[in-house]
Design a protein around this ligand. Sequence first.
Ligand code: TYD
Ligand code: ZN
Length: 409
Amino acid sequence: MGHLRNDTCRVCKGSDLTRILSLGEHPPVDNFTDAEHLKDEKRYPLDVYFCGTCNLVQLLDVVAEDELFHGEYAYFSSASAPLVEHFRSYAEDLKNEQLQSGDLVIDIGSNDGVLLQNFVENYRVLGIEPSSNVAEIARQKGIETIDGFFTVEMAKKIVETHGKAKVVTANNVFAHIDDVDEIIRAVQELLTPDGVFVSESHYLLDLIEHREFDTVYHEHLCYYSVKPLIHLFDRFDMEVFDVRRIDVHGGSIRVYARRKSNAPVHSRVQDILSIEEQAGIHSLTRFNDFQKEVEEIRDKLVTLVRSFRKEGKIVTAYGAPAKGNTLLNFCGFNSHDIKYVTDTTPYKIGLLTPGSHIPVESPEILKTDTPDYILLLAWNYKDFILKKEQELRDRGAKFIIPIPTVEIV
Ligand code: TYD
Ligand code: ZN
């Protein structure tokens, strides 16, 4: 229950940790609430630290799982059309480069089967998803899914029933895990001797360069760059042999790892390490001004929204992503500032955003209602959404884009 505080680095176990950003105390971002439960809301610190030894950027405060998600888990990957397309093309890459038909692909944190659905025809698939309501959606699509937390013990059982996997994937889960050692050990159980572990994570370099401070929330324990990942795999006799920057979730990295071998390592690995080095993210001084840069965005947004409200304009928000709640709470917005927020996820509709208590409406409302300004919380889908909402914009609604710089379009 409640929360724990680590005093060592998750990757290298060192204790040379320095705080680089403090966003104050926030409720867990996926705890959408309702009028009866407002009094139960708890807040925990959102402080980000830099490890001077392996350079991992991370939270030290770990909120217990049962505090992170009350009730049902609200995140369905397939709710966002561009994400569905991303996983389709990701699957194409794996088919072309790593797999032969009939191979077993296991996805850890498989959500509603958004990646595995692309493999069902010619491959064997298995999903592992801790949220039973989400796992059930995947099963309805015909994707075998185990609900539970991924551990060494679970991995051993899977090998008995399914055999070993040529490819194990973990997308946007690696950063969520406190005990990363357990995950790597469990992945090693699952992999064939020449098996490949592929993970995608939000990329620290994009976070820092585009000031994506809102992607900081309690579920995201680590903000990875390639250097600490190499350090991590090395401790388990594994090596990173390829890495790609991916334009999803505001900028991600896809990292390919395998057991240490004599096979060549792609030059992209050294290239990206050099880019990180040059960008300064292997050194504490790069983060000196980050707090100030983030506060500048907050102050601009608050001034803008409050001045529109003073003029009697209606301001709403678009998308209720997890990161939107960090942004709303860091800005101190409530339902007087933002009248409502629309989101396509059925589960969120009818509830209130955590902390800021703004009602979540179905996007249907925008067919008849025309707000003056709409704060785009799902800014990672900016191009897609601006195009999709052209008609709304023709009616006079303007979008406020918060990240990477505040602009009105
Ligand atoms: P996303 O950015 O994928 O993730 P995170 O929660 O990790 O920040 O979340 C996008 C949210 O925005 C999701 O709740 C669905 C919603 N959404 C819309 O309401 N309309 C849209 O057109 C799109 C693309 C997303
Ligand atoms: Zn470290």
